[in-house]
Ligand binder design. Structure first.
Ligand SMILES: Nc1ncnc2c1ncn2[C@@H]1O[C@H](COP(=O)(O)OP(=O)(O)OP(=O)(O)O)[C@@H](O)[C@H]1O
Length: 456
């Protein structure tokens, strides 16, 4: 079968042109010939050639090869990815060197041997295709990296706690230190790991996330270290392990506290040696990996009960970054809520939606056991379910606090009674301020002023 390739031959000898075309057309789908350099500009403008076969000498009697070098440059300028094969009757080595320096793929002396010419063109074409594939993968990679940098990868927060985390990220990113990120589920541990990677010298390499809790004990070595075909019954082909795949980049081992003790020993060895060996192989692969681990467990406590190896803990926690739960950084709740609201307003095409201050107050009082992930989901759900312009507390479907009954007043303090009446009216009308104001006999503005006064 013919190879799908576009080849151009430029030679002022019509006999050479014809024989080359007949030869190459047997192997390639699109072969064109031109016998004058004056046709070169148009040919290059109209086509993207994979290969150009170029004569070196055009003006009769000129053997300096200068013409060939000039046209070589023209082809390169038109498309730097085209492979150029030069032909000359006078095989001068210094001319060949000069041509290669200017970017020619190879150089053949006339009269050529057909087999050699075909072999040269075949290799040039294969290299050219590989280069295109790499270029394509590079583009794909940069698109993926851009996606990773999308809104969900921005760390939002204004609290002292998150400012401390920002400063820790900045200090640690450029080093090679192993980092342990601790915090409850949904506090942003993975986000912080990605931020360290993005700010490190490895930013243009891979960030590979492995959930240690999700890997079965039997497949652990094969998944992490890889295996050779035939290493065990199900090993039908060679497999690259996560460590090898993350080489030169950052490996993020999430839920490291869930790793059973025997596997901790295996992991420790690889981290210590910075080398990995595939199951069923005896070749060692050198590793150059930035390791970031995360856990929601208290590892020192697990060390005390001998559920986690102390030596492994020392290896992974050169620097420790702790993410406090959201309930301990309430100042972040309104900015985070606003951030997610902006994202979901756009996603669900509800541009006018907003959240009143008193709703933010409620969100701040809720304890968010699922942390930022729970807040994010609550906002998404609220945006989907809302039909008006304003999100109400009831849209958030908050467990506990939303259902909490407003305690009845047990005093005759007028302020307390007024606060109670306002809270009750708002609750009765499910956060609809106009209706609550009407019931209370107040204007909307007056009700807002009182809500502010009582911090509702
Ligand atoms: N400070 C923040 N700013 C913006 N988004 C955040 C922030 N922290 C967390 N998120 C978002 O909350 C969600 C949960 O974060 P992430 O997965 O990083 O948490 P985690 O601690 O790794 O959770 P788990 O322990 O369950 O794996 C993600 O969608 C993340 O983008």
């Amino acid at each position: 079968m013919k190879q799908k390739a576009k080849i151009l031959i430029l030679d002022d000898d019509n006999y050479v042109l014809l024989s080359l075309r007949i030869l190459l057309e047997q192997h390639y789908t699109d072969v064109r010939g031109i016998n004058s350099p004056t046709q070169l500009t148009t040919a290059l403008a109209e086509n993207e050639f994979d290969i150009v076969v170029l004569d070196m000498n055009f003006s009769a009697g000129d053997t300096s090869g200068k013409d060939g070098l000039k046209y070589l440059q023209q082809v390169k300028d038109a498309n730097p990815n085209t492979s150029i094969l030069l032909l000359t009757a006078y095989g001068e080595i210094n001319l060949a060197v000069e041509a290669m320096r200017l970017g020619a793929y190879d150089f053949l002396v006339k009269p050529w041997e057909n087999e050699k010419l075909l072999a040269t063109i075949k290799t040039a074409f294969e290299l050219n295709s590989a280069a295109k594939k790499i270029e394509h993968l590079e583009t794909e990679k940069s698109v993926l990296l851009q996606e990773l940098n999308a809104p969900f990868n921005e760390i939002i927060g204004e609290s002292e706690a998150i400012k401390k985390v920002f400063s820790q990220i900045e200090k640690v990113a450029k080093t090679q230190a192993n980092v342990l990120i601790t915090g409850e589920n949904g506090t942003g541990k993975e986000l912080v790991a990605r931020a360290i990677h993005k700010a490190s010298d490895r930013a243009n390499d891979i960030f590979l996330n492995v959930d240690m809790g999700a890997i079965s004990e039997t497949l652990f070595e094969s998944e992490l270290f890889g295996h050779k075909k035939g290493a065990f019954t199900d090993a039908k082909a060679d497999r690259t392990g996560k460590f090898e795949a993350a080489n030169n980049g950052t490996l993020f081992l999430d839920e490291i506290g869930n790793l059973p003790l025997p596997l901790q020993a295996k992991l420790l060895r690889v981290i210590q040696d910075q080398k990995v060996t595939k199951v069923g192989d005896n070749k060692e692969i050198d590793l150059n990996i930035r390791l970031i681990c995360a856990t929601n467990a208290n590892l020192p406590e697990l060390v005390k009960t001998e559920a986690f190896r102390q030596d492994l803990l020392f290896r992974i926690n050169t620097i420790e970054i702790h993410l406090p739960p959201l309930r301990e950084r309430q100042e972040d709740i309104p900015v985070l809520a606003q951030h997610f609201l902006n994202i979901y307003k756009q996603k669900y095409k509800k541009p006018g939606l907003f959240v009143a201050d008193y709703v933010y107050n409620k969100l701040q009082k809720y304890d968010w056991p699922g942390n930022i992930r729970e807040l994010q989901h609550a906002i998404e759900r609220a945006v989907i379910m809302s039909d008006g312009k304003q999100l109400q507390v009831s849209d958030f479907n908050l467990k506990d606090t939303n259902e909490t009954e407003i305690e009845a007043v047990d005093s005759f303090n007028l302020d307390q009674i007024e606060k109670w009446a306002i809270e009750s009216a708002i609750k009765k009308h499910q956060g609809n301020i106009s209706h609550a104001a009407q019931e209370l006999g107040l204007s909307r503005g007056a009700l807002y002023r009182r809500m502010e006064k009582y911090d509702l």
